[in-house]
Design a binder for this molecule. Structure first.
Ligand SMILES: C[C@@H](C(=O)O)C(=O)SCCNC(=O)CCNC(=O)[C@H](O)C(C)(C)COP(=O)(O)OP(=O)(O)OC[C@H]1O[C@@H](n2cnc3c(N)ncnc32)[C@H](O)[C@@H]1OP(=O)(O)O
Length: 334
């Protein structure tokens, strides 16, 4: 957390320095006390803008009775595993769920780390794509059952639900084309996490299963609402009320998975997933990110709002470098 704050603050300082460079002349005339106040004001403003942007991307705030600091403190008590992020030069991020002794079940600290990594991805301006996969040849078995048992009080459950919905909604809204690489099992919250990605790729023998009914529950990480949008309400109702095991064949049939990969091992499957994703991430960063943003708007907003969003995003590209270069090349799309 502190590390992230330091990184964010340093990014903010850099951005303030850039602004200072632009207004260098005026700043030079200031006394040093005025300079300090100026830097602090800018730093505060940048931090405020970042927090506001995160709120806009989230679903719940204090107004909904959501107590973020309280739930963060509680989650901190359940340590274990990690969420790792590597950002490759080709603009593809690799997010690893790493708790193989529990089939990558989410401990409390993993939930917190996921939120931190999503923030990091929101600030990654060169990113185009994201692959999420689990360590040890399996995707994720949902919440750590020890956490579920310890958080059985109503308000804890509600806060954890809102925490995970906020994080997964921000993940879904990233301007990156995202893929869940499902090896082994994606169970409960693990199945829900796959629905926060734009695409799912499965390896032979893997399965996605919403087991919530068997626990006397329904999805709470937003996986129910997203599943309806992916497979339609009839199939979603069958998968939830039947706690149905969705194998690779059924997932393809339902449109839940794009493709069954040929490799079962981690390295091979990751390589295949990278190759699959690169079909869509090749090209200028601004254009790929804009394509995802247009689709995200179309997926979530009422038509008029989506159209206006599309216009705004179009406006960021029209007459821009990628557009002018393409025009100069007089391309024919044969
Ligand atoms: C409510 C919902 C949500 O929050 O929205 C949730 O996600 S609740 C969580 C929903 N998920 C579940 O209920 C999954 C419960 N687990 C299972 O059904 C099973 O473990 C499978 C995931 C199908 C794997 O079975 P398999 O026979 O292949 O392996 P296994 O059972 O020996 O599991 C390997 C080790 O991982 C642990 N393990 C597996 N899933 C776990 C989980 N969710 N929390 C904590 N530990 C877990 C097992 O206890 C075992 O540890 P030891 O070797 O030490 O014994």
């Amino acid at each position: 957390m502190l590390g992230q704050f330091a990184a964010d603050s340093s990014a903010s300082v850099q951005s303030v320095c850039k602004r200072l460079a632009h207004t260098g002349e005026a700043a030079c005339r200031s006394t040093s006390a005025e300079m300090v106040i100026f830097i602090w004001k800018n730093l505060l403003q940048t931090t405020k803008e970042r927090i506001l942007q995160q709120r806009r991307m989230s679903v719940y705030s204090q107004a909904h009775g959501y107590e973020e600091e309280l739930i963060k403190k509680k989650l901190q008590q359940f340590a274990g595993g990690s969420i790792n992020l590597t950002k490759e030069d080709n603009g593809i991020g690799i997010l690893t769920l790493n708790n193989p002794k529990s089939m990558n079940a989410f401990t409390g600290t993993m939930m917190l780390e996921l939120q931190e990594k999503v923030t990091e991805l929101e600030n990654w301006k060169d990113g185009k794509g994201l692959i999420i996969y689990g360590a040890g040849n399996t995707f994720c078995s949902g919440s750590d059952l020890n956490v579920v048992k310890a958080m059985s009080k109503f308000q804890d459950g509600m806060n954890m639900c809102m925490f995970m919905q906020n994080t997964l909604t921000r993940l879904m809204r990233l301007p990156l084309i995202s893929v869940a690489l499902v090896q082994g099992k994606a169970i409960g919250g693990g199945a829900e996490l796959t629905t926060a990605c734009d695409f799912r790729l499965m390896t032979p023998g893997s399965e996605i299963r919403f087991v919530h009914k068997l626990m006397g529950l329904v999805p709470g990480w937003g996986g129910g609402a997203r599943l309806v949008r992916i497979v339609g309400s009839r199939a979603a109702l069958q998968l939830l009320s039947g706690a149905t095991r969705v194998d690779t064949e059924r997932a393809l049939h339902l449109g839940l998975s794009e493709e069954t990969l040929s490799s079962s091992d981690e390295a091979g499957a990751l390589e295949e997933a990278r190759a699959w994703l690169s079909q869509y991430t090749e090209g200028p960063v601004s254009v790929i990110r804009a394509a995802k943003e247009v689709v995200a708007g179309g997926r979530e907003l009422p038509l008029e709002a989506a159209l206006r969003t599309e216009k705004d995003i179009f406006g960021t590209l029209w007459g821009g470098p990628a557009n002018l270069q393409a025009l100069a090349r007089s391309l024919k799309h044969k």
